[in-house]
Ligand binder design. Sequence first.
Ligand code: ADP
Length: 765
Amino acid sequence: MDIVVNIFAYRFFLIQYPLPIFIIAYEFSIPVNSNQDLILASAPIDNLLNSSSKHYQKRRLKKALNNAQIAYDFATKADRKADSIRAALLLAQIYNTNGKYLGDTNFFPKAIKYIHETATAPETILTPSIRFQVELISGQIQQNLEQFQLANEHFQQALAIAEEEKVITEKVLALTALSQLYILLNQFSKALEYTEEALDILNEKDDKLLAEIYSQFGQIYIKKQEYSKSLEYSQYLLVISKRLKDTEKEITALNNIAIVSGVKTNYKIAIQYFLEALNKSKAIGYRHNIAHCLINIGTIYAHLYNYEEALDRYQIVLTKYQDILDDNTRVIIYNNVGNIHYTNEQPEDAKAYFTQAYDLAQQCNYQEMVAHSLAQLSRTETALGDFDNALKTAQEARIIIDKLGTLNGRQINLINLGDIYFREESYQEALNLTQEGLEVAIQLKDHTSEIRGYQLLALIFEKLGKYKLAFEYQLKYSQRKEEFAKIQNNKRFLHFEIKYAIKEKQKEIEQLTKENEFQSILLSKSDQIARQNEELLQMNEELRQFAYVASHDLKEPLRMIGSYTQLINRLYASKLDGDSDVYFNFITEGVARMNNLLDALLKYATIGHSEEEEKEINLNDVVEICKVNLRVLLAETETDIQIGELPTVYSTYSLLTQLIQNLLSNAIKFRQPDQKSVIKIQATENLEEHIISVNDNGIGISEEYLERIFVIFQRLHARTKYQGTGIGLSICQKIVKRLGGRIWVESVVDEGSTFYFSLPKQDME
Ligand code: ADP
């Protein structure tokens, strides 16, 4: 099942901000009759347009359209050009949004038609403000039509007008529009630049514009995988959009929060937010987003092994929202549904879906999924006992997988081929294929294939007469199967929790909506900065006091306990019974440990509070310093440190030394007892950051602890086995965060760990 999960994870991001795909036509009915004309003759056009605008803002598109259309007809008849232009602009916007919500291209020509109306207007009516709107809306229409070059030209034109006229509101709108466009073009740094510029020029408190800006930040930081930042902005956005009753922005905020939670495997929260986004999307008829919320919810349920719930969501999408889906997404859904059926031991159904996935993937030339669905299809044919076809299909899959050079699907195919050869009694061939497949399965963390691999190897070795190996693999098979069942069960349980939590969330959201509660968040920008500075000063002061308390007030009584215990031991040991020595030792040990913990805590609290000046520092120099500091330990353990070429960054020696030394001493401490320890320090880079890795061949860390080890005082081993306070990695994390980077770890138990941290390049300036 895990292969699906891999693709899910990948689609998880893609699905959210898709380029619109449009297929089916949809018409509003606009009741216009002679009676209404009569009434309208006396109704002021202004009122109609204002009311239309209001409806549009709340995304009640039908009503908005109705009013704007009537106003337009009326103004045209009465030959009131300025009014008919205003109405035309509104109509263009409404048609454009409608097309986007329904995923229907037929609306865009209508939007364009109304925009063209402005071309016939006399110069006097075409004020800069009208020209600005024309450019902005035209850009948005082109963007929805995926004419990105044209969209860019329009937005740039809008920006130029705003700049010329020095209208800040318009400039912010143009900049955020450009930012959105660059997100669609996957140029996130550029998008970030535009949004930052928008924030810079916004000097007044204006919730509407702040919402535009936060919406961009929330999306960009997801794309840049800076999830905490995205979360922060999206939470602000949620509050502001609720106040403004801007449902579309609210949905964006909810989606963003859900995605970030999903990525951080907080599935419970992710589902709650997707559900909330789903409901809001339904309320405004945003079909496009309804479909994607459903897919994402299904995906999360599949992650949680709640196949029924997952299937349920996928089925709804396939029956009701087919028209919204682009082909690639459909291929993936077919594949996922097939996979669920396969796992549920319904090979007939599985086969039907894999065949559909294959056909469509072939049709839209999505090669990776062609290979993948063939591999799945063949596995299903094997399950159905159709070995001849299974072999043909698997061989076809193998050719494509090899050609693509990808791992995905490879493990399924190889193990399945092993299975087929085994049944044909070609045991040596079966052995080679299965072993190769098993390696890939382990690498991809595809537990299902891994377990199947062990089982198959046990059978093959038995046939080859190698009973000891057969026994070993049989054992491994049962162990892994049991472990996996446990994991699955735990995740399934989460399902009940989610149901409960959704109810709770509902209450919470109601409370949040209460006005004024978030007044503080909505302070104007300068207020906000002033307040933040104040908070910062206060925090520094608190920290200083804390450090003082930790180092003096807490350590002093500890010292007393220690001294008096020793004294009592000396004076009365002979009078107490035999075990008292042991007890005294416990106390002394506890005191020493507490002392160490306080020192470590102090160190943690005061990170980055030294007076040391930041400068350009080469990390190779830092590693040399660490080597000198650790020389005794290095010599004792005969550790081999291999150092690549490392970059120069802007920071202080004390921070960088603490960071790298902690990682190195952990790598040495957690070495394999019977193996020479080898540590490799290397650096790579991307456009924006340097990524440094510290790799060891030590005992490794099992998957479920990979995130937890960065939490303060978290340790995985008994103190008697490996000494430590559990604070080293939290210090590393704090340092890296302070330097604007991230830290994470990849690890395989019994093989070793690689700690990575990133440092942004712009800090060099
Ligand atoms: P400490 O080393 O004092 O226990 P850390 O915060 O430095 O505390 O590390 C937390 C835990 O993470 C360790 O107890 C250990 O279980 C695990 N760990 C850290 N580094 C490694 C490593 N290189 N290899 C294996 N496990 C590690």
